[in-house]
Write a protein that binds this ligand. Structure first.
Ligand code: FAD
Length: 404
């Protein structure tokens, strides 16, 4: 059986299907979609979509006709179990699909807050289109939001809510925002910018309870004894990868579905891509699980190539972006494990990059409103090269000359 069945129609799943057809794959392609929309882009959900008034169709990768023309079967429903011996996928509807190859592109789901009143209607999360839509609808009737968690999604939503005229408080347990993902220099820049915009950021504190009256949220209590009034709470405390389908089929899982450098599980007929995949990385050593559009789509392209006869080790160069207020943060490479940071440009001028080094080796670049530095970083790191720290710091040095 030459059919490819893909579980999950997010960034990774959609791209596997589209790339298979682009590569001339002629067998059956099914995309199992458990959301009630055509496959769509997630990043605008915390940014342009909430800010604007465009309908859900503005987010779709492709119109319905594309799937018909490309003979990509979009199957509404949820996969519930895998029979590996018989190569069958069972759906919640009771239907069963035979597969030649199965791709798990199940993504991740919101980590839920375990606090009193956390399940009230005015406590919201932001992962899927329906959640973004719900927030967009209720924002005009709200005056004060407490955002729990100062990661990318929490901060993107906070700046959107502020632009929409809400009073905004952000709570973060770590001593700085986006602490797990960016350098202290970049955290400090964003803290200052968000505070200038009138957002109150509270660091080193935790929400201990959500207060409500008659089922309506009235505020949030903090670990330092303070109480913040609020009529809306938005939670952005990270995600849990959807690994259960794989685990119940006896596949190895840890902080993701374990796959090798080809993105294959130990079962040669099952692959995992995107947010749910913990993949072996020869380039970075060890295994990685990343949450980004680049990771999901590059994984997908690598798998489509393998399934059409071009088997290669996955060697994508990570990059990422986050839009917060008027600032655009772009990250090239993986900046974890750096031991020093060199700045190029000037935070006071709202345009700079943090070049992250381990010894003399450039690991990655975090750029704020410096798209040129970001593109340079992607190209340089993609070539497997570094740049001496003194050159990075010297604005007189032409970065392009390092690419020659
Ligand atoms: P997903 O896109 O999450 O898709 C997985 C799909 O599988 C979902 O539709 C899920 O419902 C479905 N599914 C799960 N289990 C089953 C099942 N058993 N049966 C059927 N279907 C199932 N990344 C960036 O690089 N830049 C950004 O600016 C950015 N902004 C973001 C903003 C928001 C609000 C969010 C939520 C994410 C953002 N990301 C951003 C991250 C990026 O969207 C994800 O990394 C990307 O969507 C991962 O793709 P994926 O295909 O692995 O998972």
């Amino acid at each position: 059986d030459g059919s490819v069945i893909i579980v999950g129609a997010g960034h990774g799943g959609y791209q596997v299907a589209a790339s298979l057809r682009q590569s001339g794959f002629a067998g059956r392609v099914c995309l199992i979609n458990d959301e009630a929309h055509l496959p769509y882009q997630r990043p605008p959900l915390s940014k342009a979509y909430i800010k604007g008034s465009a309908g859900p169709e503005s987010l779709m990768f492709r119109p319905e006709k594309f799937y018909a023309d490309q003979k990509i079967e979009l199957i509404a429903g949820r996969a519930t179990s895998i029979d590996r011996a018989a190569r069958k996928l069972h759906l919640a509807s009771g239907d069963t699909l035979d597969y030649g190859h199965l791709v798990l592109a199940t993504g991740a789901r919101n980590r839920l807050l375990d606090l009193p009143n956390a399940n009230l209607p005015d406590v919201k999360y932001l992962r899927i289109l329906d959640e973004s839509e719900a927030l967009r609808k209720i924002i005009p009737s709200k005056t004060r939001v407490v955002v729990i968690g100062a990661g990318f999604i929490g901060l993107e939503f906070a700046s959107t809510a502020r632009i929409k005229g809400l009073e905004v408080d952000v709570l973060e347990l770590a001593p700085r925002v986006m602490a797990r993902a960016v350098t202290a220099e970049v955290s400090e820049y964003f803290q200052a910018r968000h505070r200038e915009a009138g957002i109150r950021i509270h660091l080193g504190v935790q929400a201990t309870s959500i207060e409500a009256e008659g089922g309506k949220v009235t505020g949030v209590s903090l670990s330092d004894g303070r109480h913040l009034p609020a009529d809306l709470v938005v939670v952005g405390v990270g995600v849990l990868p959807n690994i259960e389908l794989a685990a119940e089929a006896g596949l190895a899982v840890a902080s993701g579905i374990i796959v090798d450098e080809y993105l294959l599980t130990a079962d040669p007929n099952i692959t995992a891509v995107g947010d749910c995949a913990l993949f072996a990385s020869p380039r970075f050593g060890g295994s990685l699980r990343l949450e980004s559009v680049q990771n999901a789509t590059d994984h997908a392209r690598c798998v489509a190539a393998r399934l059409t006869g071009d088997k290669k080790v996955y060697d994508g160069q990570p990059w990422f972006w986050s839009d917060q207020g008027d600032d655009k943060l772009q990250i090239a490479g993986l900046t974890t494990g750096y031991d020093h940071v060199v700045l190029r440009g000037d935070p006071a001028k709202k345009a700079f990059s943090a070049f992250c080094y381990k010894g003399d080796k450039l690991l990655g670049i975090e750029s704020i409103n410096r798209a040129g530095d970001h593109m340079f970083g992607r190209r340089l790191l993609g070539m497997g090269r570094s740049l001496a720290p003194d050159k990075a710091a010297d604005e007189g040095f032409d970065l392009k000359s390092a690419l020659a």
